[in-house]
Design a protein around this ligand. Structure first.
Ligand code: AKB
Length: 313
C-alpha cells in the first residue's frame, strides 16, 4: 500500500534519527520531515521538509492534505527539565499537539499515529525496581503529568474512535547524531561529548542515580517494530514499558575511563536530581516482549564504544 509519513518534531534527538531511518527504509520522497525550526544540514538535505507549529491544527491539516499523509510520528514535546521552568507552555505544546493528531485520525484524515510517552509517567510512589507495565503512577513533574494524561487520551481515542495509536515509554536515550534538549537524562549524552572535548565532565545528577537508559539504535528499531506490527498484536494502547539497561553516572564514567583513562568526573546535582529521584531505576518490559517480540541489543559496553567512535569521527 502507498503510504506517506509525516514526522512532527523531526529536528529533535529522536526525530532526526527516525527521519533518516524511515527515509532509508521507505524512500526519501514519502517521508516528510517537519519542525518549528530547520534541522541540521544533513537532515535538511535528505528529503522534503515543512516548517510546522504542531499546536496549529489548520497548518497541520493543510500539510496532511497536501502530502496525502497516512501515518504521523508526533515527536515534538517539551522535556522534563525545561517543562519545570515553563509549565503552561509545556502543557500546551505536549497536549495540544497530541489532540491535533488524535483528532485528524478520528476524522479519518490519517490512519496511524506514533506518539512517544516516557518513564516520566511514573512518580515517587511507584515501585522503583523492575517497574511494572501497570502500577501506581502519580507523576510529580509537569512533563510526567502531560505524558500520563496523553496516555489516557490515546487509549480513550483508540477505544472510542478506533484510532490506531501506538506508543512507547522511552527511557533516557543515548545518541551521537543530535543532542537532546531539556531532559533530565541529557547528562548521559553530554558526558561523551565532554569526555572527548574537555577530558572532564561535571554531572548534574549524583553518582549513584540509577535510571533506565537505551542506545538510540535500539529505540528507533523498537519504534519501527511497534509501528510495523499487526494491529491485533498491539494490546496496550496507552504506552508500552521498554527497557535496555539501567545506568548510574558513575557507571557511564567508568566505562568511558576504560577507553579514556584520564577522563575526570565530578558531581554538582541541581534541580534535576529531584526529577530523577521520582523516576524508576529499572523497567519491566515483558509486555512489549510478549506482544511484539521486543529485545534490546545494546548494553553499556556497546553503547560507549559506538558513542566514542562516532563522536571522534
Ligand atoms: C527526559 O529526561 O525528560 C526524557 C525522558 C526520560 O523522557 N529524556
Amino acid at each position: 500500500m502507498h503510504k506517506n509519513i509525516l514526522i512532527i518534531g523531526a529536528c529533535g534527538q529522536i526525530g532526526t534519527e527516525l527521519t533518516f531511518t524511515l527515509r532509508a527504509n521507505y524512500g526519501s520522497e514519502v517521508v516528510i520531515a517537519s519542525d518549528i525550526r530547520e534541522g541540521n544540514e544533513s537532515l535538511m538535505a535528505s528529503g522534503p521538509f515543512e516548517l510546522l507549529d504542531a499546536t496549529d491544527y489548520d497548518a497541520l491539516e493543510e500539510i496532511v492534505a497536501y502530502w496525502e499523509i497516512d501515518e504521523v510520528y508526533l515527536m515534538a514535546a517539551m522535556l522534563s527539565a525545561t517543562a519545570e521552568k515553563f509549565p503552561m507552555r509545556a502543557w500546551n505544546l505536549n497536549m495540544n499537539s497530541l489532540f491535533n493528531v488524535l483528532n485528524l485520525a478520528k476524522e479519518k484524515k490519517i490512519s496511524k499515529i506514533f506518539w512517544p510517552s516516557s518513564i516520566a509517567v511514573f512518580g515517587p510512589n511507584t515501585p522503583r525496581e523492575n517497574t511494572a507495565q501497570n502500577t501506581i503512577m502519580e507523576p510529580s513533574t509537569v512533563y510526567g503529568i502531560s505524558k500520563q494524561s496523553g496516555e489516557r487520551w490515546c487509549e480513550y481515542y483508540h477505544n472510542k474512535f478506533d484510532v490506531d495509536i501506538r506508543s512507547i515509554r522511552y527511557p533516557g536515550l543515548i545518541s551521537w547524531k543530535t543532542m537532546p534538549g531539556g531532559g533530565t537524562t541529557d547528562y548521559a549524552v553530554e558526558i561523551y561529548h565532554k569526555a572527548l572535548s574537555d577530558g572532564a565532565y561535571t554531572c548534574f545528577l549524583n553518582e549513584s542515580t540509577s535510571l533506565p537508559m537505551m542506545f538510540m539504535d535500539d529505540a528507533i528499531r523498537a519504534t519501527l517494530e511497534l509501528m510495523e506490527s499487526d494491529a491485533e498484536k498491539i494490546k496496550v494502547r496507552s504506552a508500552y514499558n521498554l527497557s535496555a539497561m539501567s545506568l548510574t553516572p558513575a557507571e557511564i564514567a567508568a566505562s568511558i575511563q576504560e577507553r579514556i583513562p584520564s577522563f575526570e568526573m565530578s558531581y554538582a546535582p541541581d534541580f534535576r536530581q529531584a526529577i530523577a529521584d521520582s523516576w524508576p531505576s529499572s523497567i519491566d518490559d515483558s509486555r512489549a516482549q510478549k506482544d511484539w517480540n521486543w529485545k534490546a541489543e545494546f548494553d553499556l559496553e556497546k553503547t560507549t564504544k559506538e558513542m566514542l567512535a562516532n563522536l571522534k569521527s
